[in-house]
Design a protein around this ligand. Sequence first.
Ligand code: NAP
Length: 263
Amino acid sequence: MSSSPRILLIGTGRMAYQLGHSLLQQKADLVGVAGRNTTALKALARFLDRRAYALNDPLPKADLILLAVSDDAIAEVAAALPTTDAVVAHTAGAKDMDVLAPHAHRGVLWPIQSLSHGAPVDMREVPIVVDGNDERALGMLDELARRLSDSVLQLPHARRQHIHLAAVLASNFPVFLLGEARRLLREQQLPPDLLMPLWRMTAAKAAAIGPAEALTGPARRGDLETIQKHLDLLTPESDLRRAYDLLSELILHAHGHREPSGK
Ligand SMILES: NC(=O)c1ccc[n+]([C@@H]2O[C@H](COP(=O)([O-])OP(=O)(O)OC[C@H]3O[C@@H](n4cnc5c(N)ncnc54)[C@H](OP(=O)(O)O)[C@@H]3O)[C@@H](O)[C@H]2O)c1
């Protein structure tokens, strides 16, 4: 197979935007983008300067079809594609490649990164996990991933699932909690941006010295009175209060303090 396969990108969301940009950065042969959302499709095709295809239109010839659609839509979108010799791959960390049946050559290309709209991400620094059901699929995806990133791993679904779970814990939950913390400040007429230097420096510090060393705060110190005060302040926020309580308990246990009393 040529080292520059013709690639069709399907999907018009966050992954398609970032992956499409990285493919062009590495001068990959992107033959077009396809999607069901006409407005988003036009915008992405314009951004990537490539032709747009509605999903029910005849699609261009491609050696590799990358499905950057929601996890739950992968099987449906794959099943609607004509079966050809092309490698069909998805970009999900949580899905097996079997959802791509009936395509003969199938695989996965999963960047371990939180991707959003806005500034394009430098994919060279992002680890990419690949998998394939045969030599052709794995070879093509591995080669493409190495063009995009300096860090490429070949891992089966069972291993990817653990990484995906860990990525949700390390990235999605903290970002959600940041949003909740900003909301609490706004509700108290306090500026939410006060938290941003803390957020940025904490992430940089944890990456530099490791989370065990970087962790501070009342539960890390075992300051049970402070924890109780926070729980009191969270009385009107019962779900967030439960989350605070449980996370504090995990930290207290991990650092050898007794559980907080009076909950
Ligand atoms: N974003 C990330 O951080 C990230 C990181 C690693 C892996 N991934 C993987 O990348 C894939 C795409 O995620 P995303 O973050 O780009 O999601 P997203 O921004 O929500 O975009 C989802 C895309 O899927 C399309 N879609 C949903 N259901 C569809 C259907 N039934 N038929 C056709 N198209 C459909 C959506 O079209 P509509 O606009 O019409 O709904 C949209 O274009 C997922 O498998 C995800 O696991 C994402």
